[in-house]
Write a protein that binds this ligand. Structure first.
Ligand code: C2E
Ligand code: CA
Ligand code: CA
Ligand code: CA
Length: 279
């Protein structure tokens, strides 16, 4: 689908340039996509630096559009957010990711975590804990094998409320990560109060980590701070060996990026796991 090139995606131009007409078509298509179940997930491995093992996968949404082919989330999630459709789509993603993990476990794959992205709107939904409990019960996966990723900005939107929601998830045994860390404005005092297991250093800091001293220092400080608070660090967007080496030197716990693997369709992830050490 990526090979299809950008032209296939012209229909979904940057939101700012979208005509009202295009936007209405996209909204209508999204509604149909929810009914017809046109969404699927790709899975990107997360590698533990100390052992080289795959300890988890991040589930990333894709839309198999009947005309435009495989559509990346940046093209439709903003509109799904604005219209509220993200709540239904996000629920589908949560359910699909947990079902996928249950089926891998049934096939005898060693247990790994599956991380699912939560939109700000989903995170605020009062019935999310009930939805989660249903999914965990239906799929039978251990709650500690599910990780929810909440962006720093959605956590900081209303930190006091976020802490309550996070505590609720934590009591269910679900693991938690702050996504895109460093791009928002969380104060250190809040970071201490967020009951999360991990921080994910945003790709924008990882990109020039081995050449830009500012980025290197930010990453090093983030890792040290997280460890002081008893949290693990995941670096996202790791593309080169040099970035990897730097992160290893800083004792980053987990790495994720094209250097190891692109997000893979589930049928490609299994052979990848079979050829890579897993716990
Ligand atoms: P994110 O959560 O920050 O996910 C990481 C993005 O970086 C993914 O893009 C992934 O494919 C990409 N990536 C991974 N490794 C590398 C690398 O080495 N280099 C580069 N350049 N990129 C890398 P993707 O799959 O297009 O997803 C984009 C965003 O869409 C995600 O960013 C997330 O914010 C959102 N998203 C994806 N799935 C879901 C979902 O189920 N629910 C919600 N609410 N948002 C989702
Ligand atoms: Ca993420
Ligand atoms: Ca991220
Ligand atoms: Ca990001």
């Amino acid at each position: 689908a990526k090979a299809g090139g950008r032209n296939n995606f012209q229909f979904f131009t940057q939101e700012m340039n979208q005509t009202v007409q295009e936007r209405l078509v996209l909204e209508g298509d999204l509604r149909v996509a929810i009914e017809r179940g046109e969404f699927l997930l790709h899975y990107q491995p997360q590698v533990e630096m100390s052992t080289g093992r795959v300890v988890g996968v991040e589930a990333l949404l894709r839309w198999q559009h009947p005309v435009h082919g495989l559509v990346a989330p940046d093209r439709f999630i903003p509109v799904a957010e604005e219209t509220g459709m993200i709540v239904a789509i996000g629920e589908l993603a949560l359910k699909a990711a947990c079902r996928q993990l249950a089926s891998w476990l049934a096939e005898g794959l060693p247990p790994i975590r599956v991380s699912v992205n939560l939109s700000a709107r989903q995170f605020r939904q009062d019935n999310l804990p009930a939805v989660l409990l249903d999914i965990l019960r239906e799929t039978g996966i251990g709650s500690h094998l599910l990780e929810l990723e909440i962006t720093e900005s959605s956590a900081m939107d209303n930190p006091a409320e976020a802490i309550l929601h996070l505590q609720g998830f934590r009591e269910m045994g679900v693991e938690l990560a702050i996504d895109d860390f460093g791009t928002g404005y969380s104060s250190l005092s809040y970071l201490k109060l967020f009951p999360v297991h991990r921080l994910k250093i945003d790709r924008s800091f990882v990109k020039d980590i081995d050449t830009d001293t500012d980025d290197a220092e930010i990453a090093a400080a983030t890792i040290a701070l997280a460890h002081t608070l008893g949290k693990e660090v995941v670096a996202e967007g790791v593309e080169t060996e040099a970035q990897c080496r730097f992160l290893q030197g800083q004792r980053c716990d987990i790495v994720q990026g094209y250097y190891f693997s692109r997000p893979l369709p589930p049928e490609e992830l299994v052979p990848y796991l079979r050829n890579t050490p897993v716990p």
